[in-house]
Design a protein around this ligand. Structure first.
Ligand code: S3P
Length: 430
């Protein structure tokens, strides 16, 4: 599928209800499945990635259904899962594969997790090694999917992650819940902490000090109501759209502003963005606020160090913002981008250069010189939802028409993206 984008005749205006948070939706289904009793999820994200988790849990014997617009999960408890009759397809979803591997390592049966072509290229050694240290039998193919897991008794370990990763941390927290003794996990920098927050919401005790967490095995989870906030990673595309398209003012209600996820708001603030945050509140243990964004003159910034894991998914759209910012933007310490759904550093440099951007690719990031007038081009989404959306937003400020090829991948996280853009900007050419 192609998405054709052109600069709107006026700014992005009005209110956009951004889809629900992908990370939190995965976790609500998984912890709901592991809990005793019923979990009711309000504002669940129905996207391809989260559907992969839903299908895998059903294959493991969890009953998940709808009541009105809510999703209802009937938990089976920590060890009430049944052996799946076929391999479970995780599609494009690293979150599904890495978190479920922790759950499956502690079950009393064998299972297999598979991925699509992109997921099959992603590194799994980072979960295989610590799960083996806990006593699990888990095989990949040269450290990549598919993963064949023979579940069994686990013991707690102390593990320090080489790279900050919420998926790895979450995998080990769930394995730790199923293990005998205490599991301690330390990260080099803080990654998103949704699993820790949700474990507590479901009644578990997790101790946290800075970037280290410990969990005792055998704690029971109790089914709860979970209301999912709007996804800050999806909101970020509209935020940057409103910042760079002249004459914009956009209201984005109920966006998750968890400090372990909201690094992009901090960096954009440093770049001179007008983003007003109102009605701060807490929903199911997660900080939430309404954001109002208006067109701003941006300047370049340095994005490196500890903030990187807190905005890792927003780097594609921050690179687009950087093309319109005055001066140099340096993005460093972000080599992880090379092992996401695609090599995001290479993909961004290649595609944004087609539009006239000045980008120098670095092993762990990029240098963007701005502001550059962009021109419409035929771009490729590289099968990566966030690359496809970032290029579509760049098209809003490019001279002429931009065609983004392969935009069906956007359904991985932001179903209705095109309609949301049309809602805010009007139809193409208007
Ligand atoms: C996610 C964690 C991050 C992020 C991904 C979602 C999660 O991945 O990039 O989109 O929901 O836990 P890593 O754990 O690989 O950093």
């Amino acid at each position: 599928m192609d998405l054709v984008v052109a600069p709107p005749s006026s700014g992005l205006r009005g209110t956009v209800h951004v889809p629900a948070d992908k990370s939190i939706s995965h976790r609500a289904l998984i912890l709901g499945g592991m809990a005793q009793g019923t979990t009711r999820i309000t504002n669940h994200l129905h996207s391809e990635d989260v559907n992969a988790t839903w299908n895998a849990l059903e294959a493991l014997g969890v009953s998940i259904g709808h009541e009105g617009r809510d999703v209802v999960v009937e938990g089976v408890g920590l060890r009430g899962f049944s052996p799946p009759s076929t391999p479970m397809e995780c599609a494009n979803s690293g979150t599904t594969m890495r978190i479920l591997a922790g759950l499956l390592a502690g079950q009393d049966f064998a299972s297999e997790l598979r991925g699509d072509e992109s997921l099959s290229r992603r590194p799994m050694g980072r979960i295989i090694d610590p799960l083996r240290a806990m006593g699990a039998s888990i095989e990949g193919t040269d450290g990549h999917p598919p993963l064949r897991i023979t579940g069994g008794p686990l013991k707690g370990v102390d593990h320090t992650l080489a790279v900050a990763s919420a998926q790895v941390k979450s995998c080990l927290l769930l394995a730790g819940l199923l293990a005998e003794g205490t599991t301690r996990i330390a990260e080099p920098a803080q990654s998103r902490d949704h699993t820790v927050r949700m474990l507590r919401h479901f009644g578990a005790h997790v101790e946290s000090h800075n970037c280290a967490h410990s969990i005792n095995g055998g704690q029971m989870l109790t089914g709860r109501a979970v209301e999912v906030c709007a996804d800050i990673s999806s909101a970020a595309f509209l935020v940057v759209g409103a910042l760079i398209v002249p004459d914009s003012e956009l209201l984005l209600p109920g966006v998750g502003v968890n400090p372990t996820r909201s690094g992009a708001l901090e960096v954009l603030g440093r770049m001179g963005a007008c983003i007003e945050r109102r009605s701060d509140r807490e929903t199911s243990g997660e900080p939430v606020a309404d954001l109002t964004v208006s067109t701003s003159s941006l300047s370049g910034a340095v994005i490196d160090g500890d903030v990187v894991p807190r905005l890792i998914d927003e780097i594609p759209i921050l690179a687009v913002a950087a093309t319109q910012a005055a001066g140099r933007t340096t993005i460093a310490d972000a080599a992880e981008l090379r092992v996401k759904e695609t090599d995001r550093i290479a993909a961004l440099a290649h595609e944004l250069r087609k539009m006239g951007a000045s980008i120098e690719e670095r092993p762990d990031g990029m240098i963007v010189e701005g502001p550059t007038p962009l021109r419409g081009a035929i771009c490729d989404g590289h099968g990566d939802h966030r690359i496809a959306m970032a290029l579509s937003i760049a098209g809003l400020v490019a001279d002429g028409e931009t065609t983004v090829r392969g935009t069906e991948c956007i359904d991985v996280s932001f179903p209705g993206f095109e309609q949301a853009l049309i809602g805010a900007a009007g139809p193409p050419g208007s």
